[in-house]
Design a protein around this ligand. Structure first.
Ligand code: SF4
Length: 446
């Protein structure tokens, strides 16, 4: 490299990308690279997302703003989902980019940066990914993400992920258990298992999901930590997984189960693989088996062909499922997907109006869910200081609900604490610290 081995990493998109960024950081550090600001760096790496149009637009805005750095000799690299999708087209659109690398090229990043010094390079081969022994530069000491599956086989009609992340593959169970063990030894208190569809973990090899076994095994081996997982697919989320959550103390009572739409006609056009009555019956099972579970979801409005009647069915489903929180968004065509070719595009104004109606309903359900917690004592894991009020701690319950409580003298970052919930806002709970759990001299973690 012309300058020292310094890099800056700018990441867009989902938790999977944030975790990939940790891996890239770990690999570069192991190869002698140091992280710095984009202005100081020898190489600026952008890790992209193409699931939503907005992330793509933000990425291009930032990419073109980096051109002056390139003129000063900085190497510009673009990786991730959009890089995989666009490939050489990205180099044509932004000729000042030195390196385009795909979603399965991360282990080679140090070598690719060296090679890109000699001339523009595009590395997109979908090789199989092996994360064994790959280091990660974790952003938080007390919380970590562990990838258990790569890729996706579902091909939902609106989604670009299977095209840019490849077919689904599960990591061996022993490898996952060992990685979690290393994290626990390193002081990690919460492990998040990651995959596009964690519920189908090892389905390909064995014809049925072994995700429930993985949860039970991790819970037995590491009973003192909290285990979360994302994302579940309603088709593969079965009673065995629900029982594993209920029986395993370490597994938190939070399930994110993307509904996407309430109309069977739209679910079928989305190729989601379940009907609304099947989803409802799983929610009823889940609430019966996992007491006090917090249920969150994703919902899309304005899918091609969505009528007012279809949308009303979505509102009805949201009411009946009583989601504790929902991420709502408008459908936008993603070029290359089956849905992009469908007729019956819903006008932007109609999508916006539906989104507002849906958000009004989900906001009221979230407020009701939070209000329901007032008066309880919740175990929480402290994430750090509140972003808005540095006089308070920010923490999460087992159900992943946000809690704020007053800061004392002691640094509680990364500690388990019991908080008495005294009031609820629109998005978070407020309370008082009633005890630290699990440090020497304090009460043992239950
Ligand atoms: S399950 Fe569907 S929405 Fe989720 S990543 Fe796979 S194809 Fe995309």
């Amino acid at each position: 490299m012309s300058k020292d081995r310094t890099y800056a990493l700018i990441t867009y998109g989902c938790q999977m990308n944030l975790h990939d960024a940790e891996r890239i950081g770990g690999i570069l550090r192991a190869s002698g690279w140091l992280e710095t600001s984009p202005e100081e760096a020898a190489a600026v790496i952008l890790l992209t997302c193409c699931v939503r149009e907005s992330a793509e637009e933000r990425f291009y805005g930032r990419l073109f703003s980096l051109r002056p750095l390139k003129e000063k000799g900085t190497l510009i690299a673009v990786g991730g989902c959009l890089a995989q999708k666009e490939g050489l087209r990205l180099l044509e659109r932004a000729p000042f980019v030195d390196l385009v690398f795909g979603t399965r090229q991360y282990p080679r990043i140090a070598h690719l940066l060296e090679e890109a010094e000699k001339g523009p390079l595009c590395a997109l081969e979908m090789v199989s990914l092996d994360y064994t022994d790959l280091p990660a530069e974790r952003r938080e000491r007390f919380r970590a993400w562990v990838t258990i599956t790569h890729g996706c086989d579902n091909f939902c009609s609106y989604c670009i992920v299977p095209f840019v992340r490849g077919r689904e593959a599960s990591r061996p169970i022993s490898e996952v258990v060992e990685e979690v063990g290393r994290l626990v030894d390193d002081g990690v208190k919460e492990v998040n298992l990651l995959g596009q569809n964690v519920n189908s973990y090892r389905r390909r090899e064995e014809g049925k999901s072994r995700f429930a076994d993985l949860l039970r095994l991790l819970g037995r081996e590491y009973p003192g930590i909290w285990i979360r997982f994302t994302t579940s697919h309603p088709r593969d989320f079965d009673r065995d997984i629900m029982s594993a959550i209920a029986d395993t103390e370490a597994v938190c009572e939070h399930v994110h189960l993307p509904l996407q739409a309430g109309s069977d006609r739209i679910l079928s056009a989305m190729r989601r693989g379940y009907r609304s009555d099947e989803y409802l019956s799983k929610v009823a099972d889940l609430r019966r088996i996992v007491k006090g579970v917090v249920l969150t979801t994703d919902i899309m409005v304005g899918f091609p062909g969505e009528t007012e009647d279809d949308f009303r069915r979505t509102l009805e489903m949201v009411q009946r499922c009583r989601f504790d929180a929902a991420f709502t968004f408008m459908y936008n065509d993603r070029p290359g997907t089956a849905a992009a070719r469908l007729p019956g595009k819903v006008p932007a104004q109609v999508k916006l109006e539906r989104l507002e109606r849906l958000a009004t309903l989900t906001r009221s359900l979230t407020s009701a869910s939070l209000a329901d917690r007032v008066g309880r004592v919740e175990k929480v894991l402290v994430e750090g200081l509140s972003r808005k009020d540095p006089g308070r701690w920010r923490a999460r319950t087992r159900g992943n609900q946000l809690v704020h409580f007053p800061k004392g003298e002691e640094d509680l970052t990364g500690e388990f604490v019991e908080v008495s919930i005294t009031s609820a806002g629109s998005w978070s709970l407020y309370g008082q610290n009633v005890g630290l759990i699990g440090r020497r001299g304090d009460r043992d973690l239950p």
